[in-house]
Design a protein around this ligand. Structure first.
Ligand SMILES: Cc1cc2nc3c(=O)[nH]c(=O)nc-3n(C[C@H](O)[C@H](O)[C@H](O)COP(=O)(O)O)c2cc1C
Length: 243
């Protein structure tokens, strides 16, 4: 396969297009759409968003030291785009997009109620990289919509939320048919894995475990005990079966 080489540029895709909410009172609440975002550490759970200093949201986040990453789905695609092409200097984006600001559990910035997953973040460090400054932050809490929680098992059905991704200037809906699950490439056989629930790679197992771990306390206790106890029980079972 022959290649054409381009000059340096950003080409890591797909990325999410998230709505980052910020501000510490209703008058000051704002939303900025961010695609330069991701996870940087499992434990402690840490994320980043990269923001240009000229954005209205930049000073708000810098001053208040917190923000919320709201994942976006098909229903939120238009609002995601709009909040990425209009400034909070000129508009109340919550009002214009008919979005609901609700209090977070650990930070002053609000959650966007319509988003299926809200990640509360406390700013730890700002890296002034160039066009964008990277806001490194610790995740303090994760809030998930109970519309996607299995009432019996407490499992969160992430694929049912219809998360969107952003690829080279365009938004795409997510497929609900997975190509595989974490670690499937190294499983001995699909049947064996179904029986033991195990992964060949301990790293994969560790990552899978943390990916599924109970989110930090959200203050919405009604779903916490079920989720955590069932998780623990099932992992003990799996381990003893393996032996
Ligand atoms: C899909 C998409 C992704 C974006 N990603 C970023 C980003 O990662 N960092 C950034 O500073 N601006 C990004 N923007 C631009 C800001 O969202 C945009 O300038 C917005 O109007 C800023 O809002 P504010 O002035 O209210 O803060 C993105 C816009 C879109 C539509």
């Amino acid at each position: 396969m022959s290649k054409v080489t381009w000059k340096a540029g950003n080409m890591v895709y797909p990325v999410p297009a998230v709505m980052v909410s910020c501000g510490n009172d209703r008058e000051g609440y704002n939303i900025i759409t961010v695609a330069w975002t991701g996870t940087v550490c499992t434990n402690p759970a840490m994320v980043y968003i990269s923001v240009r200093p000229e954005r209205y949201s930049y000073d708000i986040i810098r001053k208040n030291g917190d923000f919320v990453i709201n994942l976006t789905n098909n229903e939120l695609a238009r609002a995601t785009d709009w909040c990425g092409v209009r400034s909070g200097r000129d508009f109340d984006k919550f009002k214009e997009m008919n979005l609901t600001a609700v209090p977070a559990t650990k930070v002053k910035a609000p959650l966007i109620e319509e988003s299926p997953v809200n990640i509360e973040c406390r700013l730890k460090e700002i890296k002034e990289l160039g066009s964008h400054h990277m806001f490194l932050a610790e995740v303090l809490a994760v809030n998930v919509s109970d519309d996607y929680l299995d009432k019996k098992t407490g499992t969160f059905n992430m694929s049912a939320t219809g998360l969107i991704s952003y690829i080279h200037g365009k938004y795409y809906g997510s497929s609900t048919v997975p190509l595989g699950k974490f670690g499937y490439s190294v499983e001995k056989s699909p049947a064996a894995t179904e029986k033991t629930g195990s992964h060949e790679s301990p790293e994969a197992e560790q990552e899978q475990k943390s990916a599924n771990e109970e989110p930090a306390s959200s203050g919405r206790e009604k779903r916490k005990p079920r989720w955590s106890s069932e998780r623990k029980k099932s992992s003990v079972k799996k381990r003893s079966r393996k032996k």
